[in-house]
Design a protein. Structure first.
Lengths: 268, 295
């Protein structure tokens, strides 16, 4: 398999499930249905209490939750990446010490407790305070991993050789540290993505947001309320979360292997 | 003697510093932030209106110093229902403690089992990847899945549930997340230990597998000890959902109630109690088990 084809397959495998969901969401027709219709050819999973096609609602909810999670994770990675850049450029001990102390403080309370306390304390802020506290709560996970990777690379032979040849710290950082430490961002990002999806569900379980919202949290909230009369909604909801996590597992473990076919070919 | 006392004093100092910082963040979040827009209004009108009129709006009665004092003396006032927060918390801990102990006991047993049954051969990378993702699986997933399985198995917990059935389901669904975490960590450490040169040497000398694994258990416990706080966090987080989902009273239900009703005193007390527990465990591990540096 050549490198171009490997990358094409990797990107394709990552995008196909999203494209399928988008197609389902595109076909979603919210009008002209009766409430609680059983499954049929036009509505494979039946309809919900608002008369909406459940499959379409699920597809849109998953896409919305994935989009929100991507925004949360992107925002959450800004601070750790900035601290890692500072650490890489300055390489001062106090940056590492400060991060360790901050991580000790944040880690003293579990992530979801911080986020729920934030959502409960400032309900009028919408999702912004949740995003801020999500970023604060996951800061230790992301920052310590990035700093650890930079520290690991700092003592590698190619970095030591560059330093011995008289390269500046900025040059070494840009040419050697950054390209090699980018590999660790991928698993960290996916781990944070998993936490963000879980957070969506948790906020839904507690009941933040509106019943009519189209995201996995609101779907879970509705299915929890209706579990005694319509348990199939809960099965669909759990199935959606399960599929999201299976998707994360696949793109975390399998895709890098398909992507890196070119490196194995070079080694051979 | 003096170096030990000095390091202990350092641990205590850092533990207190961490607790103070957690209190500061929690106080800012729970007590100050809701008044943020009031503060903004206050500043807006500060130069036109008598500042004394703005002061009551800023919640001066909930001063930082009194909150800090409350943390030290464990006096957090009353809940929205008028019940003392400490009484509520004590009752909740009394109800949740057996569940936490049972989960910790089973996790300990699983660590020992992992130490003795981890294969020395290399496994497929998907196993590690799956474990890693399962650790971050949403905590509410397991009680709901347990309910679904129980319903399939014929235990109709929504119609005629008995106390033992509910307790069993709570235990199982609380156990899954910490069990996955401890098993994954133990499995990873044991896999690494089994490949170490000293283990290969011991095995080459003809020592039995049982004695080798027993000796490695010591290494495993020492390396696993930093994960204890994560396991406790995982147990508490799981309890937050399992107790609510199965309608059982306890610490998790109390926290969720405080979140839903925005009961500031109760929320503050619950957050600080969790922080105290985790900091105590961290202090115990650093000071007693590891005896190493602060980091």
């Amino acid at each position: 398999m050549n490198s171009g084809r490997g990358r094409f397959i990797a990107i394709g495998l990552a995008l196909i499930p999203l494209a399928l969901l988008w197609c389902l969401a595109y076909l979603y027709d919210s009008t002209g249905h009766q409430v609680w219709m059983p499954s049929s050819a036009t509505n494979p999973l039946g309809t919900d209490e608002f008369g909406r096609d459940t499959l379409g609602v699920l597809a849109i909810s998953i896409l919305n939750s994935i989009s929100i999670s991507v925004v949360y994770v992107s925002g959450a990675l800004v601070l750790p990446v900035s601290v890692a850049i500072l650490h890489g450029l300055v390489n001062s001990r106090w940056v590492n010490e400060c991060v360790v102390v901050v991580a000790q403080v944040i880690d003293s309370v579990p992530i979801f407790f911080w986020v729920l306390a934030a959502a409960a304390s400032v309900p009028w802020s919408g999702g912004s305070i949740v995003a801020v506290f999500f970023a604060i709560a996951v800061f230790p996970i992301a920052c310590l991993a990035l700093l650890g990777e930079i520290d690991r690379l700092e003592v590698k032979q190619f970095v030591l050789a560059s330093r011995a040849l008289g390269c500046t710290r900025l040059h070494i950082f840009v040419r050697h540290i950054v390209p090699n430490s980018l590999d660790v961002l991928y698993p960290i990002g996916l781990q944070l993505f998993g936490i963000a999806i879980a957070m969506e569900g948790i906020l839904g379980v507690v009941g933040f947001g509106s019943r009519a919202d189209l995201d996995l949290g609101s779907f879970l909230f509705r299915s929890k309320e209706l579990i005694a009369t319509h348990p199939n909604l809960m099965i669909f909801s759990l199935g959606s979360f399960f599929l999201c996590y299976v998707y994360i597992i696949i793109i975390k473990v399998a895709l890098p292997k398909i992507w890196s076919q070119e490196f194995e070919k070079l080694n051979n | 003697m003096w170096p030990i006392l000095a390091s202990l004093a350092r641990y205590v100092f850092f533990a207190l510093l961490t607790l103070w910082a957690v209190h500061a963040v929690a106080f800012t979040l729970i007590t100050l932030l809701p008044e943020a827009f009031v503060v903004a209004q206050g500043f807006f009108t500060l130069f036109r209106v008598d500042p004394l009129l703005v002061t009551p709006m800023l919640g001066a009665d909930r001063a930082y110093t009194s909150s800090l004092q409350g943390m030290m003396t464990f006096e957090f006032g009353s809940t929205l229902d008028g019940v003392p927060v400490v009484t509520e918390i004590e009752r909740a801990i009394y109800q949740s403690a057996p569940r936490v102990f049972a989960v910790v006991l089973i996790c300990t047993f699983l660590v020992i089992a992992t130490a003795f049954f981890t294969p020395a051969v290399t496994g497929h990378p998907m196993i590690g990847g799956t474990f890693e993702i399962l650790v971050t699986f949403p905590p509410f997933f397991w009680p709901i899945a347990a309910t679904a399985i129980a319903n399939v198995a014929g235990i109709s917990i929504f119609l005629s549930r008995s106390a033992w059935q509910v307790e069993f389901l709570i235990l199982i669904s609380t156990l899954i997340a910490p069990a996955i975490l401890t098993c994954f960590q133990s499995w990873r450490i044991m896999r690494r230990l089994l490949g170490e040169p000293f283990v290969v040497t011991i095995r080459a000398k003809g020592v039995s597998e049982f004695r080798l694994r027993t000796a490695l258990l010591h290494h495993l416990v020492l390396e696993l000890s930093p994960a204890a706080e994560r396991v406790l966090a995982s147990v508490i987080t799981s309890l937050m959902f399992t107790e609510v989902f199965f309608g059982a009273p306890g610490f998790g239900s109390l926290f969720m109630r405080s979140v839903e009703r925005n009961d500031e005193n109760l929320l503050m007390c619950a957050v600080l109690l969790i922080a105290k527990m985790i900091i105590c465990i961290r202090f115990f591990i650093k000071a007693v088990l590891r005896g190493g540096s602060w980091r």
